[in-house]
Design a binder for this molecule. Structure first.
Ligand code: PLP
Length: 245
């Protein structure tokens, strides 16, 4: 029997289990993909607040990534919480050494409760294109605004303008999550070389923590299964919609 494909999860832990690595592993399992791990931070959280966070040394993050890739048939990478500039730089180095591995970057800047999970210097590294070799970046509207240095986009035209700034920075594909916008539907839009592609879902009355983690991991899991990016995003969106049912 051949071994199932692996994805490498490069992310932070969340003691509440609501977000972070616990969500990433559960998502990988859902798609029949095995998760290898590079832990970037330990966070102490309840569902209401972040109490403490401890970055893992960048050299340890890089060593975990290299060992995971050496140990297993890693076919895609998901990148979540990156607490420091050194974390961003070291992840960029490992990605550069593995150019054929598609990486999905969830730019986790803050928790839903408002606590910053990424330093200003780490954010500057992202703005300076350190990780623009990733196959896909998945910002929500506040993250898109911060990454582009603009006010939060309120219209489709503003979203498109900000997404194009990320494309100009070198990101090949930008999935803008519309969950923070107004309206009866929540529309996610993928921007790339061609025309934008929209994915609409009913706006949910309930909230579920860790949906950003789950979406980016679901996309990476589908990439690890050998699917194209568009099909991977569609499968991941269907998975998230089902999680809310
Ligand atoms: N904690 C960790 C470790 C995360 O990786 C993330 C998001 O990716 C969060 C918290 C934020 O999740 P939430 O928006 O559900 O608070």
């Amino acid at each position: 029997m051949s071994s199932p494909p692996h994805m490498l999860v490069v992310a932070g832990s969340d003691s509440s289990g609501g977000a972070g690595i616990a969500r990433d592993i559960a998502t990988a399992s859902h798609f029949g993909v095995r998760a290898s791990l590079a832990v970037t931070a330990i966070t102490v959280q309840t569902h209401l607040t972040v109490h403490m966070q401890q970055p893992i040394a960048a050299s340890l993050v890089a060593s975990q990534m290299r060992a995971a890739i050496a140990a297993n048939p890693v076919a895609a990478i998901k990148i979540g919480m990156m607490p420091t500039a050194e974390t961003v730089q070291t992840i960029a180095e490992v990605l550069a050494a593995n150019p054929t591995l598609p990486a999905v970057l969830d730019p986790v800047i803050a928790s839903s409760s408002g606590t910053r999970l990424m330093s200003d210097q780490a954010l500057e590294c992202l703005q300076q294109r350190h990780l623009s070799g990733c196959a896909l970046i998945t910002p929500n509207l506040p993250e898109l605004a911060i990454l582009t240095g603009q006010a939060i986009a309120r219209t489709e035209a503003e979203i498109a303008r900000q997404a194009r700034i990320l494309l100009e920075m070198g990101y090949r594909n930008v999935l803008v999550k519309g969950g923070h916008a107004a309206g009866p539907q929540s529309v996610d839009t993928v921007f790339s070389e061609g025309p934008p592609v929209h994915f609409a879902s009913h706006r949910r009355s309930s909230s579920l923590r860790g949906t950003g983690c789950m979406l980016s991991s679901a996309i990476a899991a589908n990439l690890a299964l050998g699917r194209e990016l568009a099909a991977s995003i569609a499968a991941a969106k269907a998975f998230i919609d089902a999680a809310f049912e």
